[in-house]
Ligand binder design. Structure first.
Ligand code: MG
Length: 205
């Protein structure tokens, strides 16, 4: 990464926990699915050989995520920040481990629009694999230094590191982030303060 405070051209957002609070309790889901607490749901699902069992678990996951989407609420300041990105001519994209269908339910619910969406349906290399950020970079014809990624989880920080993309960690209050802090390029607690940082660092005089 050349410089943390070089003006970006593309802002990539995670969805759940970053744009919206979808109240996803993965701990309860893993229990229901019979997965260990330290496992990751998508990766565990891929290991299952029995097709019938796999279909059943995929259905649980879909229901879980769809219910989250229906209950979801935008984090404070998200709309203002997205509008600010538009005003400044920044391109907006999404990289999520959620499904395309559920992501679209969230976008429609809050009238959000992104020029490029990478979901688990469009790319099998889920975060923290960095490929999604590379795909987005190619789509916008920018190099990785011109992208800024925003997420709320260690997965996101790791994804950014692997892709060479600076990553801002949104501290939404739902995680203990103390072990992640040192790894993120920047941490913010709300979108109004992020907007002020953008104004000062990227678009200031
Ligand atoms: Mg997230």
């Amino acid at each position: 990464m050349k410089n943390l405070w070089t003006r970006p051209k593309v802002i990539v957002f995670d969805v759940d926990g970053t744009l919206v609070d979808s109240f996803l309790n993965f701990s309860a889901l893993k229990k229901k699915m019979g997965f260990s607490q330290d496992s990751f749901v998508l990766e565990e699902l891929e290991k299952i050989q029995n097709e019938e069992r796999k279909r059943e678990l995929l259905y649980f996951l879909h229901e879980f995520e769809m219910e989250g989407a229906k209950k979801s609420v935008l984090f404070e300041g998200v709309l203002e920040f997205l509008n600010y990105c538009d005003e400044q001519g920044l391109k907006k994209a999404v990289f999520t481990r959620n499904s395309q269908r559920v992501a679209e339910v969230i976008f429609n619910k809050f009238r959000l629009s992104f020029e490029k969406v990478v979901s688990r349906d469009s790319l099998r290399e889920y975060k923290p694999h960095p490929k999604g950020l590379e795909v987005i970079g190619r789509y916008f014809k920018v190099n990785v230094e011109e992208i800024l990624f925003i997420g709320d989880h260690y997965h996101d920080v790791l994804t950014g590191k692997r892709a060479g993309v600076r990553t801002f960690l949104f501290n939404n209050g739902n995680h203990d982030i103390k072990d992640w802090e040192a790894k993120a390029d920047f941490i913010f607690d709300n979108y109004f303060s992020l907007k002020r940082i953008f104004e000062k660092r990227f678009f200031g005089p």
